[in-house]
Design a protein around this ligand. Structure first.
Ligand SMILES: *[C@@H]1O[C@H](CO)[C@@H](O)[C@H](O)[C@H]1NC(C)=O
Ligand SMILES: *[C@@H]1O[C@H](CO)[C@@H](O)[C@H](O)[C@H]1NC(C)=O
Length: 472
């Protein structure tokens, strides 16, 4: 659209009127299309300098990639607009496919998209410590494919890779992945698409992990944002009972934006989403950038906000079938109430303005020390260890880096068997259809986690683990 043309056509009133109308409608279209959101300090900002807060939902109708069925995306995006959502999170995509239709459908509905770059065979493993070019290239493919969309909000290098007591040694690999993907982004001249991590809310690991991923004093080596999957607020609850007060304590003046990448405990239900009052209320709003609610589709885990039809006895396994695992996965979405309306009403009542970019005082932002390992404790990465290089596999101890106060005797538990994780906790595959048993946070969460069914796609993950175990 060219503004200059409107100016130079002033000799012909009709043409001018037409051009003006064309320019105006062009403007209207460009206003409707979303502008990229950027990170500045420890917050997200819109292009106009206003602060951006996430009101999102997890969206993974099918295991491999829900962003290739344009018609389906349109149907869902329309109802998301009605819900008041401005973002979705998608856990698995296939970079080789065409995403133009879906990305536009969500853009038209005012919805940003956050993506996990890993998929089933590129997940950064907590039990086999490596970060190599097979993963890097697949992550790059996702970035290459999606960087052109202005409504791409951010990219995750991992989801809940650290989910058990012995998992912390994978943390330097997560940081290495963030380092390499940020360097790749900058090398390619892409905009500063935020690259971050989505953590399981495990009380014994979370404070150390969030500090570790943002420590060390080199902005090229830290995550651009930190996100938390937390199910510790189960309605009815309170700020204290849910332990959100503790989450807030650790998030105070956090070095980078921090938000909930999954929330929405459904035990006992129905969900009132009262935690949104806390997240968008005065106690947390200065430090948190919003929340993604788990999840859009109703499936076996019973977290759905909508459904495409009643549960059925059919158990088709093929991803291109409308029914997988007893749930219809395409068609016209119907709100599942009272949850859908509860969330809609809640979000409609919450309109934080936050701070403008110009007024955001970045001097108030904290820096974090790299945590030291505690003898016999859960956190085993001692200080600012030397990050793995691309292609590195870990079998021994992490070396401390020059700036570390570290005791270099900290060892990596690389010896645990891949087979250990089948089942209760685990990795990317489970995230596609359900919160996992993280088993660490507040007592509500523990109780809740025991009730969470094994994910629908856990079977394929188990198969992957099995094949890895055989290879070993
Ligand atoms: C990366 O490591 C995985 C697991 O050991 C292996 O299967 C893959 O071949 C490696 N890729 C490269 C390029 O070495
Ligand atoms: C910061 O990290 C990057 C990426 O690892 C590295 O190239 C750079 O030299 C580091 N800067 C300093 C001052 O250490």
């Amino acid at each position: 659209m060219s503004r200059s043309r409107a100016v130079c056509l002033c000799l012909c009133p009709d043409a001018m009127l037409q051009t003006t109308l064309a320019v105006l409608s062009g403007l209207a279209a460009s206003v409707a299309a979303l502008d990229p959101v950027e990170v500045y300090g420890n917050k997200f900002f819109n292009k106009d300098g206003s602060q951006f807060f996430i009101k999102g939902v997890a969206y993974q109708l099918v295991p491999d990639d829900p962003l290739i069925d344009t018609n389906q995306c349109k149907l869902d995006a329309g109802l998301m607009k009605d819900l008041g959502a401005n973002a979705i999170r998608v856990y698995h995509v296939d970079a080789s496919k065409d995403h133009d239709g879906c990305m536009k459908a969500f853009d038209d509905a005012g919805v940003y998209v956050m993506l996990d770059m890993d998929t089933f065979n590129t997940y950064i493993e907590p039990t086999m410590l490596y970060w190599n070019s097979s993963q890097f290239e697949k992550f790059s493919d996702v970035m290459d494919t999606f960087q052109k969309y202005d409504n791409l909000l951010g990219l995750f290098v991992g989801n809940e890779n650290i989910a058990k007591r012995q998992d912390s040694p994978v943390a330097p690999f997560i940081k290495a992945a963030a380092r390499d993907m940020k360097a790749y982004r900058d090398r390619k001249g892409y905009r500063k698409i935020p690259v971050g991590y989505s953590a399981a809310d495990i009380q014994e690991l979370r404070p150390m992990l969030q500090n570790y991923l943002t420590c060390g004093g080199n902005s090229s080596e830290i995550v651009d944002f930190f996100a938390l999957n937390s199910y510790s607020w189960c309605d009815p609850s309170t700020y204290q009972q849910s332990t959100y007060d503790k989450l807030q304590e650790y998030a105070k003046n956090f070095p980078v934006p921090i938000f909930f990448s999954e929330t929405g405990c459904n035990v006992p239900g129905p969900r009132k989403f009262d935690d949104m009052d806390a997240i968008f209320g005065k106690l947390m709003i200065n430090d948190w950038s919003g929340a993604m609610v788990y999840e859009w589709i109703q499936e076996e885990n019973n977290y759905g906000l909508i459904q495409y039809g009643p549960p059925t006895k059919k158990q088709n396994k093929r991803a291109d079938d409308a029914v997988v695992g007893g749930f219809t996965r395409k068609g016209t979405p119907t709100p599942k109430n009272p949850d859908f309306n509860n969330l809609k009403t809640k979000w409609a009542s919450l309109h934080p303005t936050g701070v403008s970019k110009a007024d955001h005082d970045t001097k108030s932002i904290s820096t974090r020390d790299c945590p030291t390992s505690t003898s016999g404790g859960w956190w085993q990465v001692n200080g600012n260890v030397k990050l793995p290089t691309l292609g590195e596999t870990k079998t021994g101890a992490f070396e401390s880096s020059p700036s570390a106060t570290a005791d270099p005797s900290a060892t990596a538990t690389s010896g645990s068997k891949a087979g250990d994780k089948t089942g209760s906790t685990g990795s990317g595959s489970q995230s596609s259809s359900g919160p996992k048993a993280t088993g660490g946070s507040g007592s509500n969460d523990k109780q809740n986690s025991a009730d969470r069914p094994l994910a629908l796609f856990g079977a394929s993950f188990a198969a992957l683990v099995l094949s890895l175990a055989i290879l070993l």
